[in-house]
Design a protein around this ligand. Structure first.
Ligand code: NAP
Length: 241
């Protein structure tokens, strides 16, 4: 390895993931642009490279075992290792999501991508991350997954949801379990909330820019060696579970 920090961002072709890739590229890191669609990945890479980022493309569908295994091989071949994984790819699963009427397929879709996808990608990349001197894993969660906030009247907690919001609660729980298992290693793993950002995910109704949303991921990707692990953070600090 060249000494350059190597990162992989899933779902990096648009929205917050694109801005995370751009932000890490601006740090002179080598950035793997994980995206499942060839055309969207190429377009994002062209834009990132035009902005000066050292970007390489990583075909990656987080719901597909073979795709994720191939992505790990590609990162190893292309970059020789991996220091930082940002599990950003995510979706709502579809609407409506009121528990009393939700289609179970919507719940399954949200969990398959937002939780199982993260586990699949993380475990495929762990052999590479374990060789890094300062490995970091960032899971893009959401404060709508905070049971505390969901339980407080008047909090901004998004629409009633039996799929997307609970999938982020599940992701937070899984993040804590990874941190527990990896506590005696140098790997720091944390969940981050980008805030309500205008992206495809919410029909561009968010009030923050994707670039603002990327800031927490960049902060967690660049934690010092004595930084936290197993936590849940937004720009303003710790998010309650
Ligand atoms: N926007 C917000 O207000 C907000 C708030 C809290 C948390 N978040 C979280 O932030 C993350 C990024 O969201 P965003 O708002 O930037 O959404 P977005 O613009 O819809 O982007 C989502 C990204 O995930 C990718 N993706 C979805 N399913 C995938 C799969 N199976 N394999 C690989 N990539 C997949 C999408 O790829 P395609 O283009 O191919 O679909 C896209 O690149 C998500 O985890 C989301 O839950 C967002």
């Amino acid at each position: 390895m060249s000494g350059q920090t190597i990162a992989l961002v899933t779902g990096a072709n648009k929205g917050i993931g694109y801005e995370i890739a751009a932000g890490l590229g601006a740090l002179d890191w080598r950035v793997g642009v994980g995206a499942r669609d060839d055309g969207r990945r190429e377009a994002a890479m062209a834009k990132l490279r035009a902005a000066g980022a050292d970007a390489f493309g990583v075909p990656l569908d987080v719901t597909d075992d073979a795709s994720v295994a191939a992505a790990a091989r590609l990162v190893e071949d292309e970059a020789g290792g991996l220091d930082v994984l940002v599990n950003n790819a995510g979706l709502t699963g579809g609407m409506p999501q009121q528990p009393t009427m939700v289609d179970p397929a919507i719940v399954r879709t949200a969990v398959e991508t937002n939780v199982i996808g993260v586990i699949r990608v993380t475990n495929a990349m762990l052999p590479l991350l374990r060789r890094s001197l300062s490995p970091r894993i960032v899971n893009m969660s959401s404060s709508v997954g905070s049971l505390t906030r969901q339980s407080v009247a008047g909090e901004q907690t998004g629409p009633i949801s039996a799929a997307y919001a609970p999938s982020k609660t599940f992701l937070n729980a899984v993040t804590v379990q990874y941190a527990k298992e990896l506590r005696d290693t140098n790997i720091l793993i944390n969940a981050g909330c980008p805030g309500y950002c205008a992206t495809d995910l919410n029909g561009f109704r968010g009030v923050r820019t994707p670039e603002q949303g990327a800031a927490i991921a960049i902060r967690l990707a660049t934690l010092p060696d004595d930084g936290p692990t197993g936590g849940f953070f937004e720009d303003a600090g710790v998010v309650p579970w």
